[in-house]
Design a protein around this ligand. Structure first.
Ligand code: GZL
Length: 328
């Protein structure tokens, strides 16, 4: 517990706040900024918390160092948004030995013993990819495009991140199920600059690309730049020679505006607002109760095209929200 400072008054004794150490993985994307803002605006002093925020700058070593600092500071809770899935066993065991609950948020950790963390809240990234694959199949069937005429490149996220692993798996299952031509997959590191660079290389290497699967919106913005610089058009009219962009996140008004204009034809929602979700888990733990080990966020699809109104994955139906007018 932390009180305001050493000299406590009776009022401050009531003001003892819950100390939360949050190891954020970086600041690479619009999604990440929204996620950080959600955490900071939830864990305020007024709400009864002291938030210690550490930006890992995309390096696991920085996150491990932050967690060790939190342990030394004897925080009440550690929250970890892990940059990659593996390599956490040792430091999570140190936190467990120190008796500090660890909540994993956003991406997952792959540890040999799930008791090394208390609980997880985030997205089901493979489901996000599977929903996008089902959307692409329905779209191509509606447009009368044969599967072998779908030529896809995948601009992946940071290799080893759950969002990359899951979204890639979802695409690869779609390729296996429907027979599309998957030309190549290269990491765009979830950034616009790298996404542009990867797309430029793809356009030099392949002359038949008509679908670009981007594992986040910032990569999609970069891909768009490269496609236009090569004298091509983005959009969903493949017969007219458009290159269709598919993407994930849908966090910024910029990305939703792209869907409105059919510059990105379909976005798989990835909701970043985990602050309240993490706080709800801490409240459960504060009351001595046991939260679900894994909590997943319900997410939809936003599309410019109006021919696909829903997709079905594992017998569950997901509505596709058509973006054809200014979003309020
Ligand atoms: C997804 C998150 C991913 C986003 C990217 O939950 O981990 O990382 O999709 C972000 O935009 O960089």
């Amino acid at each position: 517990r932390s009180t305001a400072d050493d000299t406590v008054t009776s009022e401050e004794i009531q003001m003892d706040r819950i100390v939360v150490g949050f190891s954020q993985l970086g600041a690479e994307s619009d999604w990440r900024s929204a996620n950080t803002e959600s955490m900071k605006s939830t864990f305020t002093k007024e709400a009864g918390y002291d938030l210690i925020f550490e930006d890992g700058q995309q390096k696991q070593a920085n996150q491990i160092r932050a967690i060790r600092t939190f342990i030394q500071q004897e925080v009440d809770y550690i929250v970890l948004a892990p940059v990659t899935e593996t390599g956490w066993d040792t430091v999570l065991r140190e936190a467990k030995d120190a008796g500090i609950p660890v909540i994993i948020v956003d991406r997952k950790v792959d540890v040999e013993d799930d008791s090394l963390f208390t609980c997880f809240v985030g997205s089901d990234f493979e489901l996000e990819g599977l929903k996008m694959s089902e959307w692409l199949n329905s779209f191509s069937v509606n447009k009368g495009i044969a599967p072998q005429d779908i030529h896809i490149v995948n601009i992946q996220g940071n290799i080893g991140a759950s969002a990359q692993i899951g979204r890639t798996r979802g695409l690869e299952q779609g390729v296996a199920k429907y027979g599309w031509d998957l030309l190549d997959q290269v990491s765009g590191e979830f950034t616009q600059a790298k996404g542009k660079e990867v797309m430029e290389a793809f356009l030099k290497k392949y002359d038949n690309i008509n679908v670009v699967y981007c594992e986040n919106d910032n990569e999609a913005f970069g891909a768009m730049e490269a496609i236009r610089a090569a004298g091509r058009t983005v959009g969903s009219d493949l017969a007219a020679g458009d290159i269709m962009i598919l993407s994930f996140d849908g966090v910024s008004t910029e990305s939703m505006d792209c869907v409105l204009k059919d510059e990105i034809t379909c976005i798989g929602e990835c909701n970043p607002l985990h602050g309240p979700r993490v706080e709800a888990l801490i409240r459960i733990l504060e009351e001595g109760r046991t939260p679900e080990k894994f909590s997943y966020v319900e997410e939809g699809l936003y599309a410019h095209d109006d021919t696909v109104v829903s997709v079905t994955v594992d017998d569950k139906i997901y509505r596709v929200q058509q973006v054809d007018r200014e979003l309020c």
